[in-house]
Design a protein around this ligand. Sequence first.
Ligand code: NAD
Length: 338
Amino acid sequence: MINVCVNGYGTIGKRVADAAKAHSKIRLVGVSKYSADADASIARMQGIDVFVPKESAGAFESKGVEVSGTVEELLDKADSIVDASPDGVGRKNRVVYEEKGKKAVFQGGEEAGIGLSFNARSNFEKALNQNFIRVVSCNTTGYCRILKPLTERYKIKHVFASLIRRGADLNDAKGSQLNSVEWKAKSHHASDVQSVIDVPMSSIAFKVPHTHSHINSMFIEFDGEKPGKDDIYELFRNERVALLNTAATSSQIVEAARDLGLKRYDIFMPCLLVNTYMANGNSVFLSFAVPQESIVVPENIDAIIAQNSAMSREESMRTTDKLLGIPDIKEKLEKAFS
Ligand code: NAD
């Protein structure tokens, strides 16, 4: 069994903790909490051991949250630490992990140099035995899951990517301005994808005031043959990607996840919006929606498995998919939006 802890129990951390708890090769030894809020109480209600900074134990106990020990003690218990702390904090935490000789999986809000940039479908083998892995961000994960199979079958000349980013997560008190669209030319997404796969790419990102999902569009120039719509269905049949042909809004996809009774509306996959497919000459235009809160959860689990060399890529991805219900979610969404 791999002893795993989650340091940073927020949007990403709570989802990874749930998945880790359900994995047959992983023992979740606990999570860290830095504020004595509802998340801490709910973690305890779910049987998760909560560890807190030494000086904060009193604040948690006075709120009736049972504390299992200090963050320091939690880190000592783990073979692998999933660091899901706020952007940039992982860099400071890494120093502590190094001192303790621990392996860690960081998130996409950290700079690429913190560890191997990882996407299970694209470079699982490179992550075997790696002490420090960085699961790339939600959008980059979406691009890797879609572009990797395309690069294996076709020759890509260039990808122009345009992102419409959600301004805040559902539980955020922070976020984008209410009455403004903000953009970043030459956004980091292209180089982030290139830290995982070799594909010529440029990107621009727009941030808009909504909470559910990022919408990405790609204008892909192929060198020679390009995929038709049927080829797209064939290529992604067995990938961690859902193919939706009749969705017309991001909220329809979220509503479907709610109606399917999925915990936290999590679908763990980019939704390739097949009805956006357009082709001209050697080029294809295609959009996809990214469920930003959940898409990186499978990669976090596969990263733990890879850095502990506990399974092959195929076995790890199959096991993770099964425990998260990904094949079933994919089938149902594809049927609903066929
Ligand atoms: P979040 O703000 O929801 O959660 C961060 C948690 O870390 C909070 O519970 C906070 O209390 C805790 N924390 C505070 N100080 C800490 C410390 N010193 N060490 C460890 N934890 C600490 O953030 P999030 O949205 O879950 O993002 C976490 C990481 O995942 C970031 O790198 C982010 O870029 C990345 N990410 C986020 C999303 C998303 O859509 N939310 C998607 C993909 C990747």
